[in-house]
Write a new protein. Structure first.
Length: 302
C-alpha cells in the first residue's frame, strides 16, 4: 500500500502574513525577512544529457530490461526524477516520441481503489485511458502508456519500460533503507519482510520503522487476498484505534476506506490493534499480544 498524498501534521513556526500598509504597496512589513535569498535548487537531472528537455522539464525513456512499477519508481528517484506525470494532450503526444512501447507513468490507485493519484501528489486531472479502461481486471492498480498514447491499468508486478520526468523544482524524498535490504519477499511488485521473533504490536511497528518500512497496510480486497496467501497464521497489520477508541487508523496515514472486520469485530473493549487471520478476516487484539508480523517496504515514504 502506498500513499502519494502527504498527510502530516504541520507546525507553523512564527509565520505571520502582512498586508500592504497605508504608506503604499511598497511599504515593507516588520515581518519581512532580511536579505532572504531565493531558493536556488534545481534538480540535478535537468543537466543530465540522457534526459531530453521539453516544456521546461526533461524526460527519459529507459531502455530494456523492463521492470515492475515499484522498481520503476526507484529508478527515477535515483536520478532525482519521478515517473512521468502527464498534464495535457501536448505532453502525452511528446512522450510518444520518446517511447514506442508500453511504459510506466506515475499514476496508480494503490491507496484507494478507483481513485487514481499521481506519485508526486500532483493534482492534474488529465486522463487518457483507452476505451473501457481502467477496469481493475484481477486487481490492476498501476498505469502505463501504450504505444498509441492511450493508457491502461495493469498489475503492478508487470514489466514495462520506465518513463521518467525531471521537474526542476522536484526534490525526491529519501529512499527508504529497506529498498536495498536483502531477503525481501516480492508480491504483486511490492517488497515485504517477514520478521522474527514475534512481538507486540508496538514492538513490531518500531522494528519495521527501523528499516524504513511499516506494518502491513491493506488498501482493497485484492491486496487483502494476496497478503492472506503470502503469510500463514495471524499477523499484525498496521491498523489501530489506540489514539481514539473506535477510530482505526493506518500507521502510514492512508485513508481508512477498506477493512475486513466481521460484523461483530472490532469489539472496542481495549483490543486496539488489528491482525490479519488465515482466510482474510481481521480481528482486534490487545496490543501487548505477542504475534507474528511482516513489514511492508514502499519505494516512497508516506
Amino acid at each position: 500500500m502506498r500513499v502519494w498524498v502527504i498527510a502530516a501534521s504541520i507546525t507553523w513556526f512564527g509565520c505571520r502574513f502582512s498586508s500592504p500598509s497605508a504608506a503604499g504597496d511598497d511599504a515593507v512589513s516588520d515581518d519581512a525577512p532580511v536579505d532572504a535569498a531565493p531558493d536556488a535548487y534545481v534538480a540535478a537531472c535537468m543537466t543530465d544529457p540522457t534526459y531530453s528537455p521539453h516544456g521546461g522539464h526533461s524526460y527519459k525513456a529507459y531502455p530494456a530490461p523492463n521492470v515492475d512499477y515499484d522498481t520503476a519508481i526507484d529508478r527515477c528517484t535515483a536520478d532525482g526524477a519521478h515517473l512521468a506525470v502527464v498534464d495535457s494532450m501536448e505532453e502525452s503526444e511528446y512522450l510518444r516520441t520518446l517511447v514506442n512501447t508500453d511504459a510506466w507513468i506515475g499514476l496508480d490507485d494503490l491507496t484507494i481503489e478507483n481513485t487514481f493519484r499521481w506519485v508526486t501528489g500532483a493534482t492534474s486531472s488529465y486522463r487518457r485511458f483507452n476505451t473501457s479502461e481502467p477496469n481493475n481486471n484481477n486487481g490492476e492498480d498501476c498505469v502505463y502508456v501504450r504505444s498509441d498514447g492511450t493508457w491502461n491499468d495493469t498489475a503492478c508486478e508487470d514489466s514495462k519500460r520506465v518513463l521518467c520526468e525531471c521537474d526542476p523544482a522536484y526534490r525526491p524524498p529519501p529512499t527508504p533503507a529497506c529498498r536495498a535490504l536483502p531477503g525481501a519477499t516480492t508480491r504483486s511488485g511490492r517488497k515485504y519482510f517477514k520478521r522474527t521473533p514475534a512481538r507486540t504490536w508496538q514492538e513490531a511497528e518500531d522494528d519495521c520503522k527501523s528499516i524504513g518500512a511499516h506494518l502491513l497496510v491493506i488498501g482493497d480486497t485484492d491486496e487483502n487476498t494476496e497478503l492472506d496467501g503470502a503469510f500463514s497464521g495471524a499477523s499484525w497489520i498496521g491498523y489501530t484505534d489506540a489514539v481514539t477508541e473506535g477510530q482505526f487508523q493506518w500507521v502510514d496515514g492512508s485513508p481508512s476506506t477498506f477493512h475486513s472486520f466481521g460484523a461483530t469485530v472490532p469489539t472496542n473493549d481495549g483490543q486496539d490493534c488489528a491482525a490479519l487471520q488465515d482466510g482474510g478476516a481481521w480481528t482486534d487484539l490487545a496490543c501487548d499480544t505477542i504475534l507474528a508480523y511482516a513489514c511492508e517496504c514502499d519505494p516512497l515514504p508516506p
